[in-house]
Write a protein of this length. Structure first.
Length: 319
């Protein structure tokens, strides 16, 4: 694995990353993936390193895969449960981080509901920091695992690289950090990105802000798309009713086999998870082994998080 393309201390977002840095992570992940297929799934790469996972929001995929990634590379991994920590006694985020810093970890992985929280914390932390999701802002490791999954499928999609690829990101991109991060990553790699959704669930001036094309009709947005990414309705980030009802949302915006007929031949279907069946995606699509790569995304998430830890802990080149 090359060592010359990664000089960062933190991974805060996709907005920061160059095409070369993205490829450096994807190459490292593709190489580390082999470890997860062995009988004995452990390598000594991060022996002696300490990783702390600090999640202020719920998570299944991201938290588990960061923990597993650290353990498979022999790091000491601590999962701090916010619910049973001194956060519940009123300790601030800054003081919590200062306390953890005093124990001299090498890497801290943080998910927090406030956009920009990790950027603030990174300025005060000696350890490396990975943004595991900040509010509706960014979720860079999700974007990297999505890019690895798309890259794996380029031969099926009859594409040599990302430059002629059309990716339709469908649903609630307004509240989605996944949508922002994947749009930024795909644009850096040269793909066409579409945000497809009702006007009330699209970011303000998305064309200018993210360089995406905007579609207000699902069938139009799906036409010719090689990759279709469905997004969960982020109900936890909605202060008012953005949709009339879940049933009506599915009627207009639910991803069904019939609707996918206008996408490119062999188009793949992605979803960052957790999926809400019968809301943004029909079970017939989510479970379609021909098209759905949703569980491949999960498997690639583990490899990508191993690669990110490898790079940030200073053993994979850089600082
Ligand atoms: N995609 C994603 O971030 O899933 P979790 O919330 O389960 O981590």
């Amino acid at each position: 694995m090359g060592t010359h393309l990664w000089n960062r201390k933190h991974l805060l977002g996709m907005a920061d990353l160059s095409r070369e840095e993205i490829h450096a992570i994807l190459e490292a992940a593709a190489s580390l993936r082999e470890v997860n297929r062995r009988d004995i799934k452990k390598v000594p790469t991060l022996r002696g390193k300490t990783v702390i996972n600090l999640f202020y929001e719920n998570s299944t995929r991201t938290r588990t895969s960061f923990e597993l990634a650290g353990k498979r590379m022999s790091a000491d991994v601590i999962n701090m449960s916010v619910a049973s920590s001194s956060v519940k006694k009123g300790e601030t985020l800054y003081d919590t981080l200062a306390t953890l810093q005093a124990m001299n970890p090498d890497l801290v992985v943080i998910r927090h509901p406030e956009s920009g929280a990790q950027e603030f914390l990174a300025r005060h932390l000696d350890a490396s920091l990975v943004n595991a999701g900040d509010g509706r802002h960014e979720h860079p490791t999700q974007a990297l695992l999505d890019l690895l999954t798309i890259h794996d499928n380029l031969p099926l999609l009859e594409q040599e690289d990302f430059s002629s690829l059309i990716v339709a990101v469908c649903g609630d991109s307004l509240h989605s950090r996944v949508a922002r991060s994947i749009a930024l990553g795909l644009k850096t790699l040269g793909a066409e990105v579409r945000f497809v959704g009702p006007p009330g669930l699209l970011p303000f001036r998305a064309e200018e802000a993210f360089g995406v094309r905007v579609f207000h009709r699902l069938e139009q947005g799906l036409e010719g798309a090689h990759v279709v990414m469905a997004l969960r309705l982020q109900l936890e980030r909605m202060s008012v009713g953005f949709i009339p009802s879940v049933r009506e949302y599915f009627a207009f915006w639910g991803l069904t086999k019939a609707r996918l007929a206008v996408a490119a031949p062999n188009a793949i279907v992605m979803h960052p998870g957790p999926i809400n069946r019968g809301v943004e995606i029909a079970s017939e699509v989510a479970d379609d082994r021909e098209r759905s790569v949703i569980l491949d995304q999960v498997a690639n998430g583990l490899a990508v998080r191993m690669a990110v830890m490898y790079r940030l802990c200073g053993v994979g080149g850089g600082r």
